[in-house]
Design a protein around this ligand. Sequence first.
Ligand code: UN1
Length: 502
Amino acid sequence: MARRAARRTESGNFIAGHWLPARSGSSFESLSPARPAKVVGAFPRSGREDVDAAVSAAGKAFRAWREIPAPQRGAKLREVAALLRERKEALARLMALEMGKPLVEARGDVQEAIDCAEYYSGEGRRLFGQTTTSELPDKFAMTVRCPVGVCGIVSPWNFPVAIPAWKIFPAILCGNTVVFKPAEDSPACGEGFVRALHDAGVPAGVVNLVQGLGEEAGAALVHHPDVRLISFTGSCETGSLIAGACGQGLKRCSLEMGGKNAQIVMDDADLNLALEGALWGAFGTSGQRCTATSRLIVHKKVREAFVRRLVTQARKLRIGDPLDSMNHLGPLVNAAQLARVERYVAIGREEGARLRCGGKRPSAKALAQGHYFEPTVFDAVKPSMRIAQEEIFGPVTAVLEIRSLEEAIETLNGTSYGLSSSIYTRDVNKAFRAIRDLEAGITYVNGPTIGAEVHLPFGGVKQTGNGHREAGETALEIFTEWKSVYVDYSGRLQKAQIDVQA
Ligand code: UN1
């Protein structure tokens, strides 16, 4: 991302059904991480006025949208799913170009959005409430879900289509309207996504797009008095600022933040399977997933053999142009992210961890321009080291040795995060104890820490989140308010707690 005033704006904000430049006329560029000299596009560098216009459009659209029956709102999502499927390849290519994940993974990202649209389209025929008995005669009691209002959606670059989808689809299915601020590293993906919604027939004003920087457009959205809810995925630092602002403004706020996910490998595990899982979990998306396997907690009896094979396989992973399907790892998203990963490698070395492979940029000349980094394995890592505690968000994994399941669980739980976790074992008793005792929102048995499916709750404990769960049915709890309804058909005044006394 380069911050400069561009001569012209090629792409727009999408407000009340119109593509518009920023009111200030300024813009920013999105650069391809594989070839940063290549400009993917210029996008409005929006400010408060643009956010005001978008929130006002969303507020107006809310009045009509909330009254459309939910099954019809769901039907729109079915059309969105169909159009996303048609555009899957184009969106995936744009994604690989703009944020650098390999094409095959980019297709998976769009597929996750399609799955989400289909899942929530069905939810339009449910949105169930409860009925219950009243304590008074001739009185009916029930609960209904109501939309919250205008929702601000602030999403990251690492899943630039899937994450906006799993926020925006349940939001609009529930009758809310949205102002969406994509990450400044993936504005073209954000725009492509919103274009698909519009072209599929989502009415003007229901989903508005405001491009820009977090501290400008993002901050204006979070502080806007007419925004009732913020849904954010990103770093703990930003999430904490957003939570503070939402606390002050008494807004509903759903946060999904960092992880320091670990895969446990017990001595009775299928080591081939555990190895495959570790490679995919640690180095898929170059480790730039909230769910990435950034720690491997391996039993002493198998650690050396496991690490040796891991290193051999990691060295064989092909790094290069994400648009070339032969490559397993694309570049990191930007220069700052690359510098962060390099800094953590230096920290790991200083702390006395043993670098077993990677730790540097690839030497191939053809890759010199891009923000590439080699798959990196640190061994002899102690739980107290920073590389075992802090989220790196790159292709770096830390191996910690344990001697028992108890020690494995204690080690896995010993960070401030709790998103995803995994255990490889053939012992059903160990598996169930792990399921019970691992402090995480997600636990996989004999699978890697990545690969969550859209119909199950997604989110984490401790500093990973603030108690909400996205995706699945639980997302409805974020995007609706409960209303309790009492219907008295007795024809007289009845007084709860007074007419009836136990
Ligand atoms: C994220 O990294 O923010 O489970 C989301 C997974 C994906 C979602 C990751 N389905 O890895």
